[in-house]
Design a binder for this molecule. Structure first.
Ligand SMILES: [Zn+2]
Length: 261
């Protein structure tokens, strides 16, 4: 059977002597593994369109649940001389999360659409690449059923949308976000500055940030990185590492200096 679908290429691995095994996140089939025959011979027509990060249209031949690539038309690739190290690493991290946590062969059209829009927002560079990455991680967590009650204390029900509150406390594996008075009721709590909680609450609701909130994002992104990686490690995988830890040995300017006119 021939299948055509849009896809994001997440990973490419060597397979046998000349083949590759490609992991795609597709709109119609979810995450799938696809055999790409003789793609490593030197003059192969597919060339670098079989190296991530690529967004495009693919045609597959399916037989008994196994997929072979018959066409790939790359619409966008992030590999270009103008790509910065940080944007490439950000994509790698994004692809890694999808490759590791998406269930196999399970279509998630809404998540695919989000991933696709993230891909193009990256290219447009209106905001920091990190912002799109973290917005996507938040959307991913929510789409997998891990939305959090960010606005009120899980224990006493008091509203946390209050500037007088300095810190809030959470444990994602228990789905708990609480105020200072209620910390005694739980254990293993992570402390979060309340303005950052407000930011995450908006990101989880997919509400646009105003200028002031976006500024807060750029100054507090390391805290957000830590919160999201704690979230992933508490609900999905204990060994999950934050962006900063994953690339700790590389010196990367995660918040790029704005082009000066
Ligand atoms: Zn409370």
């Amino acid at each position: 059977m021939i299948i055509k679908t849009t896809a994001i290429l997440l990973q490419s691995r060597k397979y046998k002597e000349k083949d590759k095994l490609l992991t795609f996140f597709t709109s119609d089939l979810g995450r799938i593994l696809v055999l790409c025959k003789s793609s490593r011979s030197s003059l192969h027509r597919w060339g670098c369109s079989t190296e991530p990060p690529v967004f495009g249209y693919i045609q597959l031949y399916e037989k008994k649940g196994f997929y072979t690539l018959t066409e790939i038309c790359a619409v966008e690739s992030l590999w270009s001389p103008a790509s910065s190290l940080s944007s490439l690493l950000i994509f790698q991290y994004f692809a890694h999360v999808l490759d590791r946590f998406l269930p196999y062969g399970n279509p998630q059209p809404e998540l695919f659409q989000k991933a696709q829009s993230v891909f193009f927002q990256w290219k447009a560079k209106q905001k920091e690449g990190l912002f799109y990455l973290f917005q996507f991680l938040v959307f991913f967590l929510a789409s997998q059923g891990y939305a959090q009650p960010w606005q009120t204390c899980s224990h006493c029900g008091k509203s946390l949308e209050n500037n007088a509150i300095e810190y809030i406390y959470c444990n994602f594996s228990q789905g708990v976000i609480c105020c200072k008075n209620c910390t005694g009721a739980y254990h293993g709590l992570l402390t979060i500055e309340n303005p950052v909680r407000h930011l995450l609450s908006k990101m989880f609701q997919e509400k646009p940030l105003n200028e002031e909130e976006y500024q807060l994002f750029t100054t507090h992104w390391m805290q957000i990185d830590k919160i999201l990686s704690t979230f992933f490690s508490q609900v999905l995988d204990q060994r999950f590492a934050s962006l900063v830890h994953t690339y700790a040995s590389l010196k990367v300017d995660w918040i790029e200096e704005k082009e000066k006119l």
